[in-house]
Design a protein around this ligand. Structure first.
Ligand code: ADP
Length: 244
């Protein structure tokens, strides 16, 4: 599956006195199986950008094509969401069901999967994130540790079977050990063929895990290449406040 981004731009509250162009003229292709890290200063437009890749936001300029489907086609919203999952920053804040299994099943239920299929998806997703199904399925998500909660939240997205997964700062707020476990899990998913798009401010992660790094600055795509290529622009990167 390929994701095509053509001259993407997005303006918040377009046509009002408060309008604000968050991103502009972004073009790139995301190929199957890539591990892309998105880096940039706070307010540079990273979050606005990634929300376009699963159709949560639709472009005010240009187009995003997910496996050939234009995210502007309203009737295809669910198809796009099925193909591309989005894990927000601190996703555990959105946990709300009584049990881990119910919480993870929530998205699958919305996709209209029957009970049997939901259970299968939940089991597989829990295996992927390293949570034992029998041990955790009936536990309240609120009784879990921070790292475990995050796994449950990520499992909820994975359960829907996306071919690409976007993660916004997936290790923020976690201790070093939990962070490394979460990253290992993301790396494994990538190893099994899932495309990963990860926002991070940690340049070590970019070096260690990314096949490609993109830098967003002032809403524009400033650099797009291998981590080595991108980091060779140390002066420019430091100029926009990134610590290389
Ligand atoms: P980042 O994720 O890199 O911190 P964002 O995509 O959140 O950047 O923000 C890019 C720009 O868009 C910022 O100037 C921000 O203030 C603005 N912005 C983000 N969300 C909204 C919104 N809901 N309404 C208006 N402006 C917004």
């Amino acid at each position: 599956m390929q994701i095509e981004i053509n001259n993407l731009g997005y303006t918040y509250m377009e046509g009002t006195p408060m309008e604000k162009t968050a991103i502009a003229h972004i073009s790139m292709t995301i190929n199957e199986g890539e591990f892309i890290c998105v880096i940039g200063h706070t307010g540079s437009g990273k979050s606005t950008f990634i929300q376009h890749i699963n159709g949560l936001l639709t472009p005010t300029e240009g187009d995003v094509l997910v496996d050939g489907i234009n995210t502007k086609e309203k009737k295809s919203v669910l198809d796009v969401r099925k193909k591309v999952g989005l894990v927000f920053q601190y996703p555990e804040y959105q946990l709300f069901e009584e049990t881990v299994a119910k919480d993870i099943a929530f998205g699958c239920k919305n996709l209209g999967y029957d009970e049997e299929k939901q259970k299968e998806c939940v089991k597989n997703a829990m295996e992927t994130v390293g949570l034992d199904y029998e041990k955790f399925k009936d536990v309240s998500p609120f009784d879990l540790s921070g790292g475990q909660k995050r796994r449950v939240a990520i499992a909820g997205v994975i359960a829907m079977g996306p071919e690409a997964v976007i993660l916004d700062e997936p290790t923020s707020g976690l201790d070093q050990q939990s962070a490394m476990e979460i990253l290992g899990m993301i790396k494994d998913m990538n190893g099994k063929g899932k495309t990963i798009i990860m926002v991070t401010h940690d340049m070590d992660y970019v070096y260690k895990y990314a096949s490609r790094a993109i830098v967003i600055s002032g809403g524009r795509l400033l650099f797009n290449g291998t981590p080595r290529e991108v980091f060779s622009n140390a002066k420019e990167l430091m100029g926009i406040g990134l610590d290389v």
